[in-house]
Write a protein that binds this ligand. Structure first.
Ligand code: ZN
Length: 138
């Protein structure tokens, strides 16, 4: 496929990746073999790619080509992060609609966030009785 060779002197290995120096960021980017040989890019064989060390004060960013193709894309990761944030969001929202009533219940009174419920199966209790001071809920 590629006839390019490792840039290291005395190495005759086939080029496996391309090293690019980003001088502004003091970063060496070791990535997939570049399509075209460019100035400031150095092709490295597999062995020298793995052994490569950055000059003092430089960082190496390794971009592994093939295995990453099977991993989730950054879009997938963003979607996952959004889902996690969504799940972590507090459930209680003061202005939101109250949750559905339990089945078999009807709402008979509401005071702020407190709701008084009664079961439709129970004998009906007059509303005024519900608010009597000595009313004991069952
Ligand atoms: Zn080499």
């Amino acid at each position: 496929m590629s006839r390019r060779r490792c840039s290291k002197p005395s190495c005759n290995g086939a080029a496996a990746s391309t090293l690019t120096y980003v001088y502004a960021d003091s970063t060496a980017v070791l990535g997939p073999l570049a399509t075209y040989a460019e100035p400031h890019c150095y092709d490295l064989c597999q062995m020298h790619s793995e052994r490569m060390t950055a000059p003092i004060g430089w960082e190496i960013v390794r971009i592994t080509p093939d295995p990453d193709a099977l991993k989730p894309t950054s879009d997938d990761l963003e979607a996952l992060a959004d889902a996690v944030r969504e799940a972590a969001r507090p459930r209680y929202q003061p202005d939101a609609e109250p949750p559905p009533l339990p089945s078999g219940s009807v709402e008979v009174a509401r005071r702020g966030h407190l709701r008084m419920l009664t079961s439709v199966d129970l004998p009906e209790v007059p509303l005024d009785q519900l608010f009597d001071e000595d009313f004991e809920p069952r």
